[in-house]
Design a protein around this ligand. Structure first.
Ligand SMILES: [Zn+2]
Length: 308
């Protein structure tokens, strides 16, 4: 197993500047460092310019990124990215959409990944009864198996739930004492579900969904009811481009450098200021994912690239 040797990079570089990919109106630097807890950087749309994407994240004061692993191939790619770039960490799991592929071999492969220091959470896993790309029975089977892996590894869970809040709560209640922590990423559900998650002492991840005036309305009224110390923020990039951006972005791909716009929207609806929210969510994320102390900076990593 390879051990990371590049864990002593300096904290977020205050000299980092934006390139001209983002229109000037979109170049927003967070007043305090942020962690993007949900970045799908293994998505094909980032293959061409990932280093520039990371440099812009740093300019926006995003100093750590959790790269989401949604199946075996993507989890392995996420680990590769975490090895190449300081400030990047990986999750490893099987998304409910892919739950029908769950079997013993996949479980064994996931178990191995969860032992790696680069992997800071089990997931993305959970339940999605909205689209049912895998049947509910297949989803529950894969989900429970991954809860077992999380219990075994002692690592927190990165959870996906859509239209399955009641079942999710039932299952999590029976596992709650065995797992350390869990975050419901991209929370979009209703008040009852939120309070159910609060009762289970779960964390909540918020995306740019709240910036969408067409479907984020109910969230605007709810976000103030999420305890500050339970809240984390994420782009879920390249998906969910925030709709509060003051300028058009060519390609319409969401990226981590846009996280300050999401924080701004959440802060507004909570009645917090950006800096307070940034600091709190940053501290929460670093503790939740047990990120190594002293490792803050995303480095574009030219010196550490293993291949050219
Ligand atoms: Zn998800």
């Amino acid at each position: 197993m390879q051990v990371n040797l590049h864990r002593s990079a300096p904290l977020a570089d205050t000299d980092a500047t934006f390139d001209d990919f983002l229109p000037e109106a979109l170049q927003r630097r967070s007043p305090a460092a942020l962690v993007d807890i949900g970045a799908n950087l293994t998505h094909a749309s980032f293959a061409r310019d990932l280093e520039a994407v990371l440099a812009r994240a740093r300019a926006a004061n995003v100093d750590a990124l959790i790269v989401t692993g949604t199946d075996l191939a993507h989890a392995e790619q996420a680990v590769e990215l975490a090895r190449r770039f300081p400030g990047l960490f990986a999750t490893a799991g099987v998304h409910p959409h892919d739950a029908s592929h769950w079997d013993g071999a996949l479980a064994a492969a996931m178990h191995e990944l969860h032992r790696l220091p680069e992997v800071v959470a089990v997931g993305e896993c959970g339940l999605d009864f909205n689209r049912n790309f895998s049947t509910p029975a297949e989803q529950e089977r894969a989900f429970e198996a991954q809860l077992g892996l999380a219990a075994e590894s002692g690592k927190p869970l990165f959870l996906h739930e859509r239209d399955a809040g009641r079942r999710m709560r039932e299952i999590l209640r029976s596992w709650r004492d065995d797992i350390v922590d869990a975050v419901i990423h991209c929370f979009t559900a209703d008040r009852d579900t939120l309070y159910g998650y609060r009762d289970l002492n779960l964390h909540i991840g918020l995306t740019g969904w709240i910036c969408d005036e067409r479907r984020g309305h109910h969230l605007r009224e709810l976000v103030g009811e999420i305890p500050l110390e339970r809240l984390m923020v994420e782009t879920d990039c390249p998906y969910l481009l925030p709709r509060n951006l003051p300028a058009k972005l060519k390609g319409r791909r969401n990226e981590p450098s846009l996280l300050p716009w999401i924080v701004r929207e959440i802060a507004h609806w909570r009645g917090d200021d950006d800096a307070t929210l940034a600091r709190a969510t940053h501290d929460t994320a670093r503790a939740f994912f047990r990120l190594p102390a002293g490792d803050g900076a995303i480095d574009t990593g030219h010196a550490q690239l293993k291949e050219s």
